[in-house]
Each structure stands twice: as C-alpha cells, then as structure tokens.
Design a protein around this ligand. Structure first.
Ligand code: ATP
Ligand code: MG
Length: 567
C-alpha cells in the first residue's frame, strides 16, 4: 500500500493544509517579512532533473502561487568540476515544460561569488575564519565523532593578518588544488558535526561554466546557500530532510554576516522516494555514461525528460506531486501512484485507436473481395469534443494472436473454433476453420461474418467478446517500443552484500521492440501525440518517428480485466 506519510494539519476553510502551508499562513498572519512569500528552486546543474525534483518544483512554485508570492530559479553552481551548460539548459526546459515560470528571476550562485568572497574576508577580520594547510583526510579525522569533541587544527590560532594574506594568495592562484582551505572558526566540540569548523572555501583550478577562469577558490554549498537565499529575499527556503542538521550552520552564517532583521528561514520536508526507481543523480549519471540506457531522456529513466518522452504529461506529474503531499518523515511512494496519475489523465485526452501488436490474420470468407467499408468510430467516449474517425474494414483483418485459442476454457470470451465474437465497431464473426503451417503453427483463421450485425444498426445479438482489429490492406506498420519498469526489484538501492551493485537489479526485460499493425488514421501522427491502443494501453509517438516510419512508445498499460485474465 501507499504510505503517504504526510502530516496534514487541521483544515482551514474546509481543506487541510500541509505543514509548510501551516507555517506560511502563520508567518503571514504574524506579518513576518511584511507578509511576503518568496521561495526558490535551487538545482545543481550536474545532471538532468528527476521526478523527485519535479516534486520540489511543484512545491516551491506551487506555494508561491498559492500565497501570491514569487519563486526563483537558482542554479547552485558552486562546483565547476561537475557542472555543465547542457544541464542548465535541460533544467530550464524541464521547469517550463512542467508549467512553471520564474519570469525575470533566473539566478546563479556564481552571480554572488564576489559578495561571498567579501563575506569570507569579513569572517576572517572578525576572527571567525582561518586558513588551514592540512590535507582533507586529516581535517576529517580531527573532526572526530559526534559523541566526543574533535581536535583543533594547529592552524586555528593563525593571526588575522596571516589569514587575510593567505586567503588573498589562495584567490590569486598561488597554491595548488587542495593544498589549503578556508574554515569557519566555530566549535570543535559541538555535537553537530557541521559546526566543527566547516570548510568555507577550497582551491580548485577549474574552469567554471559561467565565470570561466576568474576564480580558483570556490565556496562550499553551505557557505553559498543561505547567503544566496538572503540576497534574493527568500522567505521560506524549502529543502529536503538531510539538510535539517545543516540548519544551525545556515543560521550561523547569516547571524555572523548580516545586520538586518530580515532572515530567510530553512524548512525541511521528506524527499520523494519511489519504489522500483533509483533517484540519485550519481546513479542516473552512471546509467547514462555506461550506456545501460540510451540517454538522460531514455523513456525508462525517472528523469523529467525521460517521463516526457515516455508520454507523461505535465498535468499528470503535477497531479502526482499533489497526491503525494508533503511529509516530514522518510517514506517510499508506490510507483503505481505515478502510473495511476498518467493513466487518469491519458484516459481523458487520448483518442482511442486500433492497433494489433501480435497479429494473426483473419479471412472473412463470405465478405466480398475488394470491398472496403468506411466505419465511422468515436475517438474518445470520455471527451465530448473528441470527434470521430474513419476506420476501413475489409475481407482480411488482423486480430491479436492471443485473442484466439484452439482449445479455449469456458471463461475465454474471445475467439475459438465455432465461437463468435464482435469485431469492435464492425460485425459479429464466427470462426469456421484454422489454417496451420507444416509445423502446426496457426497462420490464419477462416471466419464468416453476419451482415445483419453491423455495429450501430440496432442488431441486438449478444456475444460475449469484443475484439479490436486492423484491416490488413490498410494497416500501417509501426515500430512499437514496449517499455516496462527499469528495475525489477522494489527497492533497487538495497544491496544484498558488499559486492552487490544497484545495477544488478536492472530489469532485463524493460524494453521489447516489436512491429505493430496500426489503423491508418495515425499516418500523420507526430510526437508527442497520445493514443489509447484499445485494450492494450496508452502509447505516444516518439521523437524518433518520421512519416514513413512511425515509432510509438508504450507509456503505461491499461489496468483492465483482460490483463488480469492473462495472469
Ligand atoms: P541528488 O541527491 O539526486 O544528486 P540533489 O538533491 O543533490 O539530488 P539538487 O540539484 O541539489 O540535487 O536538488 C535541487 C532541489 O531539489 C533541492 O532543493 C533538493 O532538496 C530537491 N530534491 C532533490 N531530490 C529530491 C527528491 N527526491 N524529492 C524532493 N526534492 C528533491
Ligand atoms: Mg543538492
């Protein structure tokens, strides 16, 4: 079952608020920050965004929207070794596609490098920061463990003058990478490890995607984030739970650097975890780099670009984010909820069409040769403006191979020798003969049709089964990519032993490529058109599709009785 884990608070005006809304409404009521609500979405451009980020985007932009506030897009680009313009571009595309607008509020942490540098100098001058010459592993060792005080660095007592001079020379590029760091002087005995003289600046002779070679010292995330929030006038800085323990440091920097009364305030919520999914950017990058998938936008990836290509709509993702709610405790959401959300939306918007994915030819022996009837069928019973389409019917049609059984059990309401079914929107046919090749494989069925049973003609004849079909001479061949979950294990990050790897949990059958026979109305379909292949699932046109070689992706299967019966 789905553990929402969300902690909804008492209803006001009939609708219950999540805990962040409760905090915001309380802040507004008290007139904090003059009642302003200003949030931000702060991705690091070191990979493509995933569905977890989508949750954060919907939350930050959604709260701003709800409370007449603003939401910034800020690139947290403090680590030049991992960040690229390609990622910046993809992130902007994804946020826009989800339906959100940062208007003129696009920012980069790197815009603040000068100011952050000035603030570092201020800390040094105030005796609250020092240059440490020790290597990283020694610094980390001296930090110790939370239950015992750490060891103070021998460089902790350096004079302000010496620190100023050394930091200046670090900035000028006089020292090699990792040979020195600037640390805050806080408390090596603090039970919070983040307060044990955290590193503020490190030396990195690395080209930055925006500032080029201007800098060879770069601020750490913690030294950049809260101050960036402050500079942008953020009121509610919403992040995931793992940053809760960083909050005292977030506040320490602001308290020691800023005079004004206004402060951004950090609030934490539980990150989105999904079953059958890995969500770490590092792991997703590994899948891309080592070619386990075709790219960041592989339709099996949990990235926003992958979901888009798979056929997910922005509405379905926003609805999903809404349903998940906001939790204060770690939890795992059933990926079935995401699939439910897309099914629900596609049901409303997708035209229904006939596609046969595993064709078996049916010859209707008493139907005139060369005759074609143009049947007028409804596109979408869920959409009053869905319109109609023409589907040609003729003497030879394809049906699904598993809609026929030579020796069917009683409850099989499809075709069998001597049995009748309705071809949807057309006629009732009866199976008279089964043709096989020399190996005994069924190659075609010979059937007869009853001309008095034309759909819509008022014929009341009851048959138990209705099959979809495609006229052989009119069928369009298309490549159909049948996607399934990328991982076959419910919690793919959980490893069995030291030598196990999350990639061992990849589903070997996550993609099957077949050629399908599709009704001709799809001839001019283009990405990202959506269809329901009747009785089979929801499909969309892939960007690889060209007019003479259509390519469809299965977005999600139908949850119908037919699927259940097949089990
Ligand atoms: P990863 O751990 O996958 O590398 P990250 O958190 O380091 O992701 P960022 O680019 O820093 O990636 O994330 C941008 C914002 O998105 C942050 O505010 C972060 O808290 C939020 N975020 C990231 N992953 C999730 C998630 N699974 N659920 C909700 N919010 C998330
Ligand atoms: Mg991060």
């Amino acid at each position: 079952m789905i553990d929402k884990g969300s902690e909804d608070i008492k209803p006001t005006e009939g609708k219950s608020l999540n805990f962040l809304e409760t905090i915001i409404e309380e802040d507004i009521r008290k007139g904090k920050n003059d009642g302003r609500v200003h949030t931000r979405f702060p991705p690091e451009p070191n990979g493509y965004l995933h569905i977890g980020h989508a949750k954060s985007i919907c939350l930050n932009f959604g709260l701003a929207d709800k409370y007449n506030g603003k939401c910034n897009l800020r690139f947290d680009d403090t680590n030049p070794t991992k960040e690229e313009q390609e990622y910046v571009n993809s992130i902007m595309e994804d946020v826009r596609w989800l339906g959100f607008d940062w208007e003129d509020r696009l920012f980069y942490a790197s815009d603040y490098f000068d100011q952050l540098y000035e603030w570092a100098i201020k800390l040094i001058k105030d005796g609250k920061a020092y240059v440490d010459d020790q290597p990283a592993d020694l610094i980390s060792e001296q930090r110790g463990v939370p239950t015992r005080p750490g060891i103070e660095s021998p460089f902790r007592k350096r004079s302000i003058e010496e620190n100023l001079e050394l930091f200046e020379r670090m900035k000028k590029g006089e020292f090699p990478d990792a040979s020195k760091v600037l640390r805050a002087k806080i408390d090596m005995a603090s039970p919070n490890m983040h307060m044990r003289d955290p590193v503020l600046y490190r030396i990195l002779h690395s080209n930055h995607h925006r500032t080029g070679d201007k800098w060879c010292v770069y601020p750490m995330y913690d030294f950049a984030h809260g101050q960036s929030d402050y500079l942008e006038g953020i009121t509610h800085s919403i992040c995931t739970l793992e940053f809760e323990i960083h909050r005292p440091l977030y506040d320490w920097f602001l308290d020691n650097l800023i005079e004004s009364e206004y402060r951004p305030r950090q609030h934490e919520f539980a990150r989105l975890n999904l079953s059958y999914t890995v969500m770490s950017k590092r792991k997703l990058l590994e899948l891309v780099k080592d070619k386990y998938v075709t790219g960041w936008d592989d339709p099996r990836m949990p990235t926003i670009s992958g979901l888009r290509r798979r056929g997910y709509t922005p509405e379905s993702i926003r609805n999903f984010a809404d349903r998940v709610g906001v939790a204060k405790r770690e939890n795992v959401i059933d990926v079935g909820l995401l699939e439910f959300s897309i099914r629900e939306h596609l049901n409303l918007i997708s035209p229904r069409i006939f596609a046969v994915l595993d064709p078996l030819k049916v010859i209707i022996t008493n139907y005139p040769e060369g005759k074609t009837e143009e049947l007028n069928l409804e596109n979408n019973p869920e959409d009053p403006n869905g319109g109609n389409r023409i589907v040609p019917f003729s003497r030879e049609v394809y049906i699904e191979r598993d809609d026929f059984m030579e020796d069917p059990p009683n409850k099989f309401f499809r075709l069998g020798p001597g049995r009748e079914v309705r071809l949807k929107g057309a006629y009732v046919i009866k199976c008279e003969d089964v043709k096989k090749d020399e190996n005994g494989n069924i190659i075609e069925l010979h059937c007869t049709y009853d001309p008095t049973t034309k759909s819509g003609s008022g014929d009341q004849r009851k048959v138990k089964g209705t099959l979809h079909w495609v006229s052989v001479n009119h069928a369009v061949d298309a490549e159909v990519r049948l996607y399934d979950r990328l991982f076959s294990k419910e919690f793919p990050d959980e490893l069995e032993n030291e030598n196990d790897d999350f990639k061992n949990n990849l589903n070997p059958d996550s993609l099957q490529v077949i050629t399908g026979k599709i009704e001709p109305s799809v001839k001019n379909a283009k990405h990202p058109d959506h269809f329901q292949f009747q009785r089979l699932g929801y499909f969309c046109v892939d960007p690889d599709s060209i007019p003479d070689k259509l390519v469809f992706n299965r977005t999600v299967s139908l949850k119908d009785t037919w699927a259940k019966m097949n089990k």
